[in-house]
Structures are given as structure tokens and as C-alpha cells.
Write a protein that binds this ligand. Structure first.
Ligand code: AMP
Ligand code: GLY
Length: 410
């Protein structure tokens, strides 16, 4: 079997390593659409998705697995399906659950899924009036995709006003021509990943993501500085999450959602109740890195069964011990990370049994250099996993290395 993996970050590196363990595929039959540090051969060059699909068909690729959100929102799966190539990823219509926050809110409203109170704005003249609906400074969100930067949590109403104006005036071009103003919620945040084959929703246990740059959740919001898996649900929380996931499955069934892909519910537990903050239609980065390190099974077999509508036959199994991912970032991240610094002593990972996943790193000859904000991910599962990860984090060297020291289960 031949497959095509779309995406070149640490999430896709984790997927690649997990797929390599499958007995159903040989390394030389895995193709890539983008160059990355782990994917520097078997690249299919393309100008548009139609050309990519045609080339994939010629090569005999049977399955496309999509990592990031943009190609999903641009309809890559619809195009591949036209050529009878199976896909793991939402079609363009359902990708809107991530690419349009107002679409997602309407979906939640239609199916009685709890979410923060909100309003939609498309003109700066509405800001002043709409702010009056909130008793605490509301969260400001761009309606469309903004590379993880489209959500702002203001501390004051004045700040909310300024940010709302900036967004509507085109800070994220088309993506923020419409914005959501929504009630600020407080509670424990969890990432719930589900697989959907058009009939069955199969859920992973919850994972957590450490979004802030600095320890104790201080500093700027980032793409994620670490993750841990699985997170325990206590007492009524477990029941609430199960109820929510049943509701989501029924909503998808009722909507006759014909796609084969991932649904990531970003939730907040408020007084044991589930509130959905957002939907993503892909695996979360860096949560899936921890989850896949913990997964006991053949992920490619799961994906193939998904395309056959057989998710009801799949059981997701995990190790007994937790797993973790710690991100090594480059100083200046997230606004202005330092590029081009040589990375030393990657062997430390081998010595401590830690897996290194490449994100913003570039390979030149036999050497690696920083080439982005989040440079490397260190992942491991097991009793002493965190200890070994932190030993490795200390021993790998590059100029400007930063990482959080407080990644744990929470
Ligand atoms: P998103 O890009 O939609 O994942 O939002 C980024 C982060 O903003 C989320 O992971 C939350 O930490 C935070 N957030 C989003 N909406 C809310 C809300 N209504 N209340 C509190 N925090 C929120
Ligand atoms: N971990 C957050 C995200 O992937 O959006």
C-alpha cells in the first residue's frame, strides 16, 4: 500500500513514526507533499491540489492523511475523493467547524451543545454597543483561520475595544472581517480527539496542552509548549464528557456528516460541565505527539478501517503509564524566534530513550539548525518519562533554547 502524508511539522513527524510501525506499509511507500526535516525524500511537488491528486493517482497512492487545517479548509479531501483516493480529514464543508467560528457556534446552537455566550460583529460601529452585553471583558476571536493567532483574551474592556477594532480593520485580512465576541470562561481546559467515519465517533481519552510560553501559565499564548496524556476525569466530569461526546455523535449523525476524519473538541470544564471553546478538524499539536507515543496498536490499520466505515470494530488501547511532550523553542518565540542556530547533542535523546520530533528545525548535511519557533519536541511514555525528557532537554544545546519546566498531568 502507498500513502501520502500532508504536513511537515512535529505532529506529522509523530504520525509518520507511528505509521512506520505498521505491518501494512513499507517506508518507501510513504510519500510527502511538503519537505520537512524528517521528510526529505519521496516528496511530490505540486502547484495545486488537483495536480497533487493526479500525481498521487499515477503513483498508486491509496490514502491521503492530512495534518494541518489549511488544506482541509481549502478542500483537499474533496479533490482527492474525486479521484477515488481515500482521505483522513474533513471535507471542505465540515472543515468549516474549524475555519469559521460562526459556523461552529451555529452547529453548537442547533444541537444544544454548551458554549460561551457570544455575538457576531462585522462593523466597528457595533463594538461599543455589543460590549455592553458582557459583565467581564469578552474574548475576541477572528471568525476565520489565523494560524493560531486569532484569539485574544483582553484584561479590560478598553483593551477589548482596541483589539476588536484591529481585527475588524483587517489584522488577519479576510479571516477577521467578521469577529466573535464571547464570554470569558474559567475552568480546566482539555483536548478531546475523536475519529469519525461517517457513522461512528470513536474517542480518545482527554489530553492537555500547555499553551502559555512560561511556567505556571504565564507569558504569551503559543501554539503549545507541551502536552500530557491521559488526563483523569473525576466524578461528575467523566459523566459530563461522555454526555457531551454522545451529543456530538448524534449531531454528526443527524447532520449526515459524510467525511472521514478527526474532530478535536477544545473544551473547558466549568463546575463539572462541558463548554466547547472551539472545534478543530485535525489532531492537536502537541497533544497528538503524547497520545501517539502512548498508543498500543496499528494507527494505519485504524485509518484504513475508518475509510471502510468500520470504526465500530476498533478499540483504542494505551499503555498503563502516562506520556509527555516537551517543546524546545527558540528565544523570541512566538513573535520573533531566532533562526539558523546549530543544534548540538541530539544523541542525548537516544541515551535517555527519548524520541525527538522535528518542528522548526532544518537539516543541512548531517547537521541540524533552528528554523522556526518551536524547534524540537521531546516525547516519551512511561514511569520515568518526564525525568528522562527533562534530562534530554537540558543536554541538547542550541543558542536561545527555551522550554517549560512544569509539564505534567493536570
Ligand atoms: P483557540 O485558538 O480557539 O484554541 O483559542 C485559544 C485559547 O484561548 C484556548 O485554548 C483557550 O485557552 C482560550 N479561550 C478561547 N475561548 C475562550 C473563552 N471563551 N474563555 C476563556 N478562554 C478561552
Ligand atoms: N494544541 C492546539 C492546537 O493544535 O490548536
Amino acid at each position: 500500500m502507498k500513502i501520502l502524508l500532508f504536513g511537515s511539522g512535529a505532529r506529522e513527524h509523530a504520525l509518520y513514526e507511528a505509521i512506520l510501525k505498521s505491518v501494512l506499509i513499507k517506508k518507501e511507500n510513504i510519500y510527502f507533499a511538503q519537505t520537512g526535516s524528517f521528510a526529505d525524500s519521496q516528496i511530490i511537488e505540486f502547484l495545486d491540489y488537483d495536480e497533487l491528486a493526479k500525481k498521487a493517482l499515477d503513483i498508486g497512492i491509496k490514502l491521503l492523511i492530512v495534518g494541518p487545517e489549511t488544506p482541509l479548509a481549502e478542500g483537499i479531501c474533496d479533490i482527492f475523493n474525486k479521484y477515488n483516493i481515500n482521505t483522513i480529514g474533513a471535507n471542505k464543508y465540515w472543515a468549516q467547524l474549524e475555519s469559521s467560528k460562526s459556523f461552529a457556534k451555529q452547529f453548537m446552537l442547533n444541537f444544544n451543545i454548551k458554549t460561551a455566550k457570544y455575538c457576531i460583529l462585522s462593523d466597528v460601529s457595533e463594538i461599543e454597543n455589543k460590549l455592553k452585553n458582557f459583565s467581564y471583558p469578552p474574548v475576541i476571536k477572528a471568525d476565520g483561520l489565523a494560524a493560531g493567532k486569532g484569539v485574544y483574551l483582553p484584561k479590560t474592556f478598553d483593551e477589548a475595544k482596541v483589539v476588536a477594532k484591529e481585527f475588524l480593520n483587517g489584522k488577519f485580512s479576510e479571516a477577521s472581517k467578521k469577529i466573535i465576541m464571547e464570554q470569558r470562561l474559567f475552568g480546566r481546559e482539555l483536548s478531546l480527539f475523536s475519529l469519525w467515519d461517517g457513522k461512528t465517533l470513536l474517542n480518545f481519552p482527554p489530553a492537555c496542552d500547555f499553551k502559555r510560553l512560561l511556567d505556571n501559565d504565564m507569558g504569551e499564548n503559543t501554539g503549545g509548549m507541551g502536552s500530557a496524556f491521559p488526563c483523569e476525569l473525576l466524578g461528575k466530569e467523566k459523566e459530563s464528557v461522555e454526555n457531551y461526546l454522545r451529543k456530538l455523535e448524534n449531531a454528526l449523525k443527524h447532520s449526515d456528516a459524510k467525511f472521514c476524519g478527526i474532530i478535536y473538541s477544545g473544551i473547558m470544564l466549568c463546575d463539572d460541565d462541558v463548554f466547547v471553546l472551539e472545534y478543530n478538524m485535525r489532531f492537536g499539536d502537541p497533544e497528538i505527539q503524547s497520545i501517539l507515543e502512548n498508543f498500543r496498536g496499528d494507527i494505519l490499520d485504524v485509518f484504513i478501517k475508518m475509510t471502510q466505515g468500520r470504526l465500530n470494530e476498533v478499540n483504542l488501547c494505551f499503555n498503563d503509564e502516562p506520556s509527555y511532550c516537551v517543546v524546545l523553542a527558540s528565544s523570541g518565540y512566538p513573535s520573533l524566534p531566532k533562526f539558523g542556530c546549530e543544534i548540538f547533542n541530539l544523541d542525548a535523546a537516544v541515551n535517555h530513550g527519548v524520541r525527538v520530533l522535528f518542528a522548526g528545525a532544518k537539516k543541512i548535511g548531517n547537521k541540524y539548525y533552528t528554523n522556526g519557533g518551536r524547534v524540537l519536541n521531546l516525547v516519551k511514555c512511561g514511569k520515568n518519562a518526564l525525568f528522562d525528557i527533562y534530562k534530554t532537554a537540558n543536554e541538547i544545546k542550541f543558542d536561545g533554547k527555551i522550554y517549560r519546566k512544569d509539564i505534567r498531568l493536570r
